[in-house]
Design a protein around this ligand. Structure first.
Ligand SMILES: *Cc1c(COP(=O)(O)O)cnc(C)c1O
Length: 319
């Protein structure tokens, strides 16, 4: 900002994800094999990710957005059904509902966490409501006890958009273990990445079977099984490929390590920002263990004695 040498010199920020020998081994082995479509690496990744998260089933997809669309459909949402979504999230948390001709109904967020305000969910429920999408934005878990209690009372499905929240916990239990179905992203910007990709996890056999069918052209047999090439539903092509599956597997072996580094880095950042006038540090409610995917900070313009346009102030502060 003031000229002079860069405070963060070129090369100091290491590219994400780190690429090591294990990545080269897995990806090259996949390249040298004869299978490049979805295959044994993708299948192994599904099992390994399910074990890592503690879920019964996992399906690897070609994006987190695809996994979300599959989740909405697999929960039985249909044309005109209402699906509750937070008023602030990544676009996919809402477009996945529209992609299935269902209607997103916005529930406001609370100021401190910018996550869905659990207290406002019940008022948004209508006779047409089928599901709630709880987004663990910035890797900070929604209060899943409250969400699941409202859902149970009104017989609604709960979809956890965990695309930013790998390893985040609520009351010690990982996200993706609370609702009926959950989705994770493997995009390069996320905590676990294979370049692009996604995962759907569930413990519900019906949701799993339904999602698996929609994942591959509406067929009931997977490409790894003996296919009969009959489509039984309006399906899509949301499968991942072997190179991506191989990279995802190699990266997953270090996910716990990555998350520990992320937590340590966040602690340094939060200590450094402590007491800085005009910054409101992230609020972590009791019971939440964030994965610190993003460290979300509010700007207190009043404390800075400013009454100009807050968005201009925000951009100036970032700069
Ligand atoms: C990244 C993200 C998605 C979509 O994942 P893609 O893999 O990019 O399709 C969905 N929801 C949230 C909250 C995300 O951050």
């Amino acid at each position: 900002v003031l000229g002079g040498p860069k405070a963060v010199p070129d090369g100091m920020i290491i590219p994400w994800p780190p690429v090591e020998d294990i990545d080269r081994q897995y990806v090259l082995a996949a390249l040298e094999s004869e299978i490049h479509r979805t295959g044994p690496n993708c299948q192994a990744f599904e099992q390994e990710f399910a074990v890592w998260n503690g879920n019964q089933y996992a399906i690897m997809t070609n994006s987190g957005t695809a996994a979300l669309h599959m989740a909405v459909a697999a929960c039985g949402c249909g044309a005109g059904d209402h699906v509750l979504v937070p008023a602030y999230s990544w676009s996919s948390s809402v477009t996945c509902v529209l992609h299935h001709n269902s209607l997103p109904v916005f529930v406001d967020i609370d100021f401190d966490r910018i996550n869905i305000d659990e207290e406002k969910i019940e008022a948004a429920i209508t006779p047409r409501t089928k599901a709630i999408i709880a987004v663990h934005l910035n890797g900070l878990a929604v209060n899943m006890e409250k969400v699941c209690a409202v859902a149970k009372k009104h017989n609604l499905k709960v979809i956890e958009d965990s695309c930013q929240a790998h390893g985040a916990r609520f009351q010690g239990k990982k996200v993706g273990l609370w609702g009926d179905v959950a989705t994770f992203s493997l995009n390069q910007n996320k905590c676990l990445t294979a370049g692009e990709g996604g995962v759907l996890t569930t413990d519900d056999e019906d949701i799993y079977r339904n999602a698996r069918m929609l994942w591959s052209f509406g067929e009931t047999r997977t490409p790894s099984e003996d296919r009969d090439y009959h489509a039984y539903a309006l399906g899509w092509m949301y499968r991942a490929n072997e190179l991506t599956g191989a990279l995802a597997r190699a990266q997953l072996t270090r996910l716990d390590e990555y998350l520990a580094i992320q937590e340590a880095n966040a602690a340094v950042l939060l200590r450094g920002l402590e007491g800085v006038t005009g910054l409101i540090p992230p609020v972590v409610p009791e019971g939440c263990t964030p994965n610190w995917y993003n460290v979300q900070i509010h700007i207190d313009s009043e404390a800075l004695g400013r009454d100009d346009d807050p968005s201009r102030l925000r951009y100036a502060m970032i700069k």
